[in-house]
Design a binder for this molecule. Structure first.
Ligand SMILES: Cc1cc2nc3c(=O)[nH]c(=O)nc-3n(C[C@H](O)[C@H](O)[C@H](O)COP(=O)(O)O)c2cc1C
Length: 208
């Protein structure tokens, strides 16, 4: 049977994850990787992008995306447009952040403001994709950060899979989160539920 490249592309199930930490390969990365491991085991392709070291400007509120409607942000001197494209192509999006003063990092917020504004300007590009937040905290601020990230998924008509608890892992120093057994199990369960959700909702010829 002959399948066109476009049909084959629609059959590939993919999740893209962003780690908003300023610390590469730290606790947030460990938590996200745990979710991705489960997704991979379920046959889902994954990609982890770490924002550490990148300069990402915030939205300048020009609203050019609402007039050009070309799926792009007018600010073109960083990686945000490439990341928007990856989100468009994915079936699921994971946004991970450590807690910085009870909230997500500035880098992740800047990415979200621009990517999700472009998505809205172009007719809700992320509609019905699965969206999951992953948060690392030393002590407090995990829930406000988790809630804030989920707000972006929910206003974008995305579907948010749950887990066996809210998706927060605890650890201060790099690697500490590995000792948070329950946190790691929450990530395993999140991976299972995200895989289930994507497989239930993805149809080869679906129009979003
Ligand atoms: C600027 C800054 C602010 C922080 N604020 C908090 C906080 O409000 N609550 C908390 O529990 N941890 C806070 N932390 C600790 C980190 O959230 C924690 O170490 C986390 O595991 C780091 O994840 P990472 O290794 O992925 O960067 C802060 C760390 C930094 C650098």
């Amino acid at each position: 049977m002959f399948l066109s490249v476009n049909v084959l592309r629609r059959c590939v199930v993919k999740v893209v994850a962003f780690n908003g930490s300023a610390r590469k390969d730290g606790n947030t990365a460990l938590l996200i990787r745990r979710v991705l491991q489960v997704l991979e085991a379920k046959g889902i392709e994954t990609e982890l992008i770490q924002l550490a070291g990148e300069q990402i400007r915030g939205c300048n509120a020009c609203r050019t995306c609402y007039s050009t409607k070309n799926n792009r942000c007018v600010i073109d001197d960083d990686n945000v447009n490439a990341y928007i494209q990856k989100m468009i192509e994915a079936d699921g999006i994971i946004l991970g952040s450590p807690v910085y003063f009870s909230m997500m990092t500035s880098e992740l917020k800047a990415l979200i403001d621009r990517a999700f504004y472009v998505a809205r300007a172009n007719g809700d590009l992320f509609k019905r994709k699965a969206g999951a937040a992953v948060v690392a905290a030393r002590r407090a601020g995990g829930i406000p950060t988790f809630d804030a990230i989920n707000h972006f998924f929910l206003i974008s008509q995305m579907i948010v899979p749950g887990s066996s608890y809210w998706n927060v892992g605890f650890g201060g120093k790099k690697g500490d989160v590995q000792s948070d057994e329950e946190g790691m199990k929450i990530m395993d369960d999140l991976g299972k539920n995200m895989a289930w959700l994507i497989k239930k909702t993805k149809k080869p010829k679906r129009k979003r």
